[in-house]
Design a protein around this ligand. Structure first.
Ligand code: 13P
Length: 287
């Protein structure tokens, strides 16, 4: 069933666990996330980026996810979310398509611009009953910078600014930067959990941690303890998919050219990754 992302995150925060927000790109990854959540009886968020909207057609991918959530997992709360919307225009487009939860990512802008546009997005969305995630601080991308050159202090969320940002904008969830990075094994060795604790003390809303593909149970537990209710996972899904596909292609044998078998194997590999993540986030059995 389609559920409110805010409700899913609030319940997670109150319950001391987190949920996964898994990025989908196509039918196979969507079905894998839905089936993984269903088998684990876990609430889940399926998210779609602006680039995936361009790749698949926004309306098509949104309706694919909606159909799967309603048809294949009617008893499981599933939130559909726009991930990393970078402009007011893409937010408007997503809302027109039917998204009830969006992220406006102004994290690369100067603080005053990020605040101003995020507030404009919140005003627009809340009037239509749409929930908004904002981001403060920077979560770097693999290949964007030499990780060893990163001045992490500049990248991280400032706790005092966060309080101001949350109060002024009225966002429903905040994406934080505490040393996390998009992509595998590229974040700095130790996330700044003291900083996370300070942010959690001054802001009363759920926090989202991007770049969680390679976060294992120890870090996950520490982040949840300090207020994180949602972990974003994209790279781990793509790696599971591609490893399976490469393996199938290299050992084609009786699979031949049957795309359903080749892609079905990749779908099943993604489902196992989703189930593993759900287990370490602690949301299994919560639906
Ligand atoms: P990873 O690709 O590192 O899992 O990050 C995903 C993400 O944060 C999507 O918003």
């Amino acid at each position: 069933m389609i559920a409110s992302v805010k409700e899913i995150l609030t319940k997670a925060k109150e319950g001391g666990y987190a949920v996964g927000a898994f990025n989908t790109v196509n039918l196979e990854t969507t079905r894998a996330i839905v089936e993984g959540a269903k088998e684990m009886r876990s609430p889940v968020i399926i998210q779609i980026t602006e680039k995936v909207m361009e790749y698949s057609g926004g309306r098509l991918i949104y309706n694919l996810v909606k159909n799967d959530a309603e048809f294949y997992a009617s008893e499981i709360p599933i939130g559909i979310h726009l991930d990393h919307g970078k402009s007011f225009e893409i937010i408007q487009r997503a809302v027109a398509i039917g998204f009830t939860s969006v992220m406006y990512d102004g994290s690369r802008k100067v603080f005053s611009d990020n605040l101003e546009i995020t507030k404009k997005v919140v005003d627009f969305c809340h009037e239509k009953g749409v929930e908004v995630q904002g981001e403060l601080g920077n979560v770097p991308y693999l290949g964007e910078a030499q990780m060893e050159d990163i001045d992490w202090d500049k990248y991280m969320t400032d706790p005092a600014q966060a309080k101001n940002f949350v109060e002024e904008t009225g966002i429903d969830a905040l994406a934080v930067a505490i040393g996390n990075a998009h992509g595998f094994l590229k974040e700095r060795a130790e996330p700044d959990f003291d900083r996370m604790a300070m942010i959690n003390k001054s802001c009363q809303l759920p926090f989202v941690l991007h770049g969680a593909s390679d976060w294992e149970s120890g870090r996950v537990a520490e982040a949840i303890k300090n207020g994180v209710s949602c972990f974003n996972v994209a790279t781990a899904i793509q790696i599971a998919f591609m490893n399976s596909l490469i393996n199938s292609v290299n050992n084609q044998g009786e699979l031949g050219f049957d795309l359903r078998k080749l892609l079905g194997g990749a779908r099943d590999a993604v489902k196992e990754t989703v189930k593993y993540k759900i287990k370490i986030f602690g949301s299994d059995g919560k639906a």
